[in-house]
Write a protein that binds this ligand. Structure first.
Ligand SMILES: [Fe+2]
Length: 178
């Protein structure tokens, strides 16, 4: 475990904290490895029709890692069919509310939901619909009632869907592959 130095100058000027540090965390090497920050303006990204009553606005489509982040908008009482994810998922409800048919809780605006990998669920919205941010890694698999896989989506399929929609509608597709 590395102890932080008790240097009062670090407390008064956090913008230069890393410069004042002896680089005990090897931040210079990390900076050389990673990419620069990205600032995504959702106003520049269209709502892409996904399934009936459900549109998605991709904010991150990282094909190198399989990480993908979407705003999901469901109009009215809609359904995202029964599925599970290969990795855990974080959801943050921005508007409206929804629930899983298989659970007894309701996700309302302001709530965060974490789902373990393999959790089978069917997303159902209340009449007001919802806009929810989902952070995912890896594919999700749609299932029938016999638990047979009947479809899937992942960062590759969503990248294609986004780019195809932009091309068909004369919209410049952003580079979301970060
Ligand atoms: Fe899900």
């Amino acid at each position: 475990m590395t102890a932080l130095a008790s240097d009062s100058s670090l407390e008064t000027d956090t913008t230069t904290a890393h410069k004042a540090s002896p680089d005990g965390f090897n931040l210079a090497a990390l900076t050389a490895l990673t990419v620069g920050e990205r600032v995504i303006d959702p106003d520049l990204i269209p709502w892409v029709p996904y399934i009936e009553g459900v549109d998605v606005k991709p904010l991150r489509l990282n094909r190198k890692t399989g990480i993908w982040v979407n705003l999901t908008r469901v109009v009215g009482g809609g359904v995202v069919g029964r599925h599970y994810h290969g990795s855990s998922v974080v959801g943050y409800v921005l508007e409206g509310s929804w629930y899983y048919r298989e659970r007894d809780w309701v996700a309302r605006a302001g709530m965060m939901i974490w789902e373990p990998p393999g959790d089978i669920h069917t997303l159902v919205t209340n009449p007001e619909g919802t806009t929810t941010l989902f952070l995912m890694e890896g594919p999700l698999f749609y299932l029938n009632d016999d638990d047979h896989v009947i479809g899937f989506d992942d960062v590759l399929s969503f990248t294609k869907m986004y780019r195809d929609y932009c091309e068909a509608n004369g919209i410049e597709a952003l580079d979301l592959d970060y």
